[in-house]
Design a protein. Structure first.
Length: 191
């Protein structure tokens, strides 16, 4: 099930499906994942994520994908007292929540970009489930929209019917009043 660029663009805001499918672990305070975290989430090797980045950099960048130095990441995390205690400095990198963060540039994926990766990966059972969930949501949303439109049209027809009935009733009342006036005018005056 390959999605077109247009379909991916329409579905990329549905990030809630990520946690429906599997728990997504993000870097604390940054709300992003590294390439390795994305690979772990989709149960693929790191190279598969690298290929997706190479082939679809423009799409991922539009979704917030970026590279940033590991030192900058550490500086951001150090500002958060809870994260600071989890950082374990090592030679050439640091560890946080079991993930190795190199001091060199790191690729970071916000949820939208992680979701986009799932729409692009082919050989991942997790990615397939993400796509299935997305299509289910889209299908249910389309049904809800159709139902709303039918309900709205029914309501308009009811209002139109009520208006016509009320107009006819008003016309009958006017005709009755006019007939009384004409009768009153034709009747001999009692003065």
């Amino acid at each position: 099930m390959n999605l077109t660029l247009n379909e991916r663009d329409n579905l990329v805001n549905r990030v809630e499906v990520l946690n429906k499918v599997k728990e997504l672990l993000l870097l604390p305070e940054l709300d992003v994942a590294t390439s390795q975290q994305v690979a772990d989430f989709y149960e693929v090797d790191y190279e598969a994520i690298k290929k997706i980045i190479q082939r679809h950099t423009d799409e991922l960048t539009e979704d917030g994908y970026r590279t940033i130095g590991g030192k900058q990441i550490k500086d951001i995390l150090v500002r958060d007292s809870e994260s600071r205690t989890k950082i374990k400095p090592m030679k050439g990198h640091f560890m946080i929540d079991g993930y190795k963060i190199s001091y060199r540039n790191m690729a970071l994926f916000p949820k939208r970009a992680i979701l986009r990766v799932g729409m692009l990966l082919r050989d991942s059972a997790v990615a397939k489930e993400v796509r299935t969930q997305l299509l289910n949501i889209e299908e249910n949303t389309a049904t809800e929209i159709k139902t709303y439109e039918i309900d709205h049209e029914t309501e308009l027809h009811t209002k139109l019917g009520n208006f016509i009935v009320n107009s006819l009733s008003d016309k009958m009342k006017l005709r009755e009043i006019r007939e009384r006036l004409v009768s009153a005018l034709k009747a001999p005056s009692k003065m």
